[in-house]
Design a protein around this ligand. Structure first.
Ligand SMILES: Nc1ncnc2c1ncn2[C@@H]1O[C@H](COP(=O)(O)OP(=O)(O)OP(=O)(O)O)[C@@H](O)[C@H]1O
Ligand SMILES: [Mg+2]
Length: 328
């Protein structure tokens, strides 16, 4: 079963440049979470901070009692073995076959026999739908296949926490839809805690149990997907609608003059239109029930009192029998 990741008061700067401050959130065990945010808001830096590759100046990241910021490096290294990472660019070795790429972490970090390695690698290759391509070099396959190979490699060490940095970048809409389903199926199969960084609004709307957004050096919000999807905070609704009008500009944040000029054209109605919450993806037929989704239902029901009205309604609708009821 996946492991809870607790982030408390995290602040990260590079020199004088503060990236984000006082970020606190909990990735619930075995649930899927998505982090949104305009380019440059520090999403990749956040992932790297969670695994202890970057050191925030303040705050803690607690995993099984180990603080990935301040614990001794030996403990951090040990805890890092719980993670599977899928990088923004796939990060495969160009001169190695897919098989060898995917086998790499096993050969590097375990003493397993080649026969055992072969069994594990082929099983992961099967999960991501790359059977038959294992002998190919990364340069001989499509970008979408490289993404899935990156995901297979993230899975070989039986991770309990999976971090994916823009798994969809460079994929067409159909392949992105397949990838969304793959992420949900994967979660059903291994019950790992997952955090996905993405700009893709379809993934954001259909995959996660929880969503957060980084903007202007702060975590705007983090919580059940329905909270963000129904939010009328301007930065959230602008991002989810992919509009130019609103607080987000080309250099992340618009200056006061630009914002004031926009407001003269009265964009307010644009920012507050009703928004529907599309149903979350279910595991494919034949897959196990998502244990994370079951736990999430309990969890969300117990926090209803603290949620905004629109989010409460959306949650109750999604759990109503008429909505398919397959979630239970
Ligand atoms: N090692 C580093 N040293 C100095 N600055 C860095 C370092 N890594 C990242 N930054 C800065 O931190 C900021 C956030 O970068 P990050 O890559 O996390 O953004 P992002 O949200 O992942 O963007 P994108 O959506 O484009 O991938 C950027 O201004 C970047 O220049
Ligand atoms: Mg990034």
């Amino acid at each position: 079963m996946g492991i809870e990741v607790v982030v408390e008061g995290l602040t990260k700067s590079f020199g004088k440049q503060n990236i984000w401050q006082n970020v606190s959130l909990t990735l619930p065990a075995g649930e899927v979470s998505v982090m949104l945010g305009p380019s440059g808001t520090g999403k990749t830096v956040f992932l790297k901070s969670i695994i202890g590759l970057l050191k925030p100046e303040q705050g803690r990241v607690l995993i099984n009692g180990v603080d990935m910021v301040n614990s001794p490096e030996r403990e951090i290294m040990e805890t890092r073995k719980l993670f599977g990472l899928m990088f923004q660019d796939g990060a495969l070795f160009g001169s190695m076959s897919l098989f060898d790429n995917i086998a790499f972490p096993l050969r590097e970090h375990t003493r397993k026999k080649e026969s055992e390695i072969r069994r594990i690698v082929m099983e992961r290759i099967d999960i991501v739908g790359l059977l038959g391509a294992e002998g190919k070099l990364p340069g001989e396959i499509s970008g979408g296949m490289r993404k899935r190979a990156g995901l297979a490699r993230a899975l070989v060490l039986d991770p309990q926490i999976i971090l994916c940095d823009e798994p969809d970048s460079g994929l067409d809409p159909v392949r992105t839809a397949y990838l969304s389903q793959l992420l949900i199926d994967l979660n059903a199969q291994i019950d790992a805690t997952m955090l996905i960084v993405t700009h893709n609004l379809d993934i954001a709307a259909t995959v996660p149990d929880n969503m957060g957004m980084l903007f202007c050096r702060n975590l705007v919000t983090f919580g059940p997907r329905e909270v963000l999807l129904t939010s009328d905070t301007p930065v959230v609704s602008q991002f989810l609608a992919g509009r130019r009008e609103g607080p987000i500009g080309m250099s992340e944040e618009k200056d006061a003059a630009t914002l004031a000029a926009e407001q003269q054209f009265d964009t307010a109605p644009l920012l507050t239109g009703p928004r529907t919450v599309v149903p979350q993806l279910e595991p494919s037929p034949g897959m196990p029930v998502r244990q994370g989704a079951l736990r999430r239902r309990e969890r969300v029901m117990s926090m209803m009192g603290q949620l905004p009205e629109a989010a409460r309604t959306a949650i109750l609708n999604s759990y109503a029998p008429a909505a398919g009821g397959a979630r239970a």
